[in-house]
Write a protein that binds this ligand. Structure first.
Ligand SMILES: *Cc1c(COP(=O)(O)O)cnc(C)c1O
Length: 397
């Protein structure tokens, strides 16, 4: 058997919609499908309703979504909208993708990394306050594996210190925290629709903003620094260059592809969660967890995740690498994940680790991700669980 790590979804009516866009001769940004995708995200994130029918809760109804060319670009825009200036400090976990930090480094900020919680691999909310200095401007929680951070506590700290909060919700589309959707829980939410995420447009993303003023500024940044969006709505009679900006509008083709998936979002998440639970129960059944052999993921109370990824943690880096090599040899596309940013050359140049690195390095070295995608089959999961079992059986002999 050969099982890749990821297989991006090609589902629903995507190809029909893309052909329609081709024929329409209207291919650039903010067309029909871009608007439908943005409204769908608003429905999910801002008002807490979803076709899947699993969400309650209510977030600021003023919140709105803008489609972007990537999750990285959504983060770039959020950093700009936070008003980050050279010399400012921004707090985030070191266990994340480079884009989380790049957005703020690009504005001249120093990154202050804090340790993760070993149970979720999310930033330890209990360590944030100690990292705050007079220069701190923002906190950037990352919902790793689509499992929400403790947003009540993070928002409380931010309010107490007058800081902005940017959620890196790249992996957390349709995850909820206390019934409220990730990406809509703070000042800004950043989603990714890269082909490795639950919903894919190849390369793409979205920015969620809470305030009307931010929406207006975001539109300008995304439209090459012009107020063209206002012009299209008839609010000004000509448009002009008003601010710094770039071009962050995704093409209509990509939005049409994404829309095909949004139409069956409930089904996609249900399928991924079913796979997640098959892994969890299967590996649990091996009796290796809690025995210091492997650790399985933990989902905090009041949090619902979206089955973005499934990981296990081996005893240490050495055993993780051996397990990885074994699974690869057996045709299974298992992979490790982030090398902590503070230990990378750019992380050393642009950031510092606050406090002790108790878990970030140690836990990241133990972590291994198993194949996870829409359409992963039950017998494929059984095969993978069986191979993990074989690995440890051999280990014991
Ligand atoms: C995928 C991802 C990003 C970047 O998204 P792109 O769409 O690839 O630019 C940022 N942060 C995290 C945590 C991610 O997983």
């Amino acid at each position: 058997m050969k099982i890749p790590f990821n297989r991006p979804p090609v589902v629903g009516k995507s190809s029909e919609y893309m052909a329609e866009v081709l024929a329409s001769r209207r291919h650039s940004g903010d067309g029909k499908y871009a608007r439908m995708c943005a409204e769908w995200i608003e429905g999910v994130v801002c008002r807490g309703s979803v076709q899947a029918g699993t969400m309650q809760g209510h977030v600021a109804s003023e919140a709105s979504a803008l489609m972007t060319t990537s999750g990285s670009h959504a983060l770039d825009m959020a950093a700009w909208l936070c008003g980050i200036e050279p010399g400012d400090e921004v707090i985030m976990p070191s266990y994340t993708f480079s884009s989380t930090a790049n957005a703020f480094v690009g504005r001249g900020a120093t990154i202050v990394f804090v340790d993760v919680r070993p149970d979720t691999m999310n930033m330890d909310e209990g360590l944030i306050e100690a990292a705050i200095t007079p220069k701190t401007k923002a906190i950037v929680p990352v919902h790793y594996a689509g499992v929400p951070c403790d947003m009540d506590e993070i928002n409380r700290i931010a309010r107490a210190h007058g800081l902005k909060v940017v959620e890196d919700a790249a992996q957390a589309v349709l995850s909820t925290y206390k019934g409220m959707p990730c990406g809509g829980l703070s000042d800004f939410g950043c989603f990714s629709f890269h082909e490795t995420k639950n919903f894919s447009m190849g390369e793409g993303g979205a920015l969620v903003v809470r305030r009307k003023e931010d929406r207006e500024r975001a539109e300008i940044i995304r439209e090459k620094g012009t107020n063209r969006s206002k012009f299209f709505r008839g609010e000004v009679d000509k448009y002009t260059w008003v601010e710094w900006g770039s071009s962050y509008l995704p093409s209509e083709f990509l939005c049409a592809h994404l829309w095909g998936q949004f139409e069956m979002a409930g089904e996609i998440v249900r399928d991924r969660l079913a796979s997640w639970h098959l892994y969890y129960d299967g590996l649990r059944g091996l009796g290796l967890d809690g025995e210091g052999v492997i650790d399985l993921p933990y989902i905090p109370e009041n949090c619902k995740h979206n089955g973005h990824l499934f990981y296990v943690k081996a005893k240490d880096a050495c055993e993780r690498d051996a397990l990885l090599a074994w699974l690869k040899q057996e045709g299974i596309g298992a992979v490790f994940h982030y090398v902590p940013l503070h230990s990378a050359p750019a992380g050393q140049k642009y950031g510092r680790f606050c406090g002790e690195d108790r878990y970030t390095t140690k836990e990241s070295e133990r972590l291994l991700r198993l194949p996870m995608f829409y359409g992963l089959k039950e017998d494929e999961i059984a095969y993978i669980v069986g191979k993990v079992k074989e690995f440890y059986a051999g280990d014991k002999e």
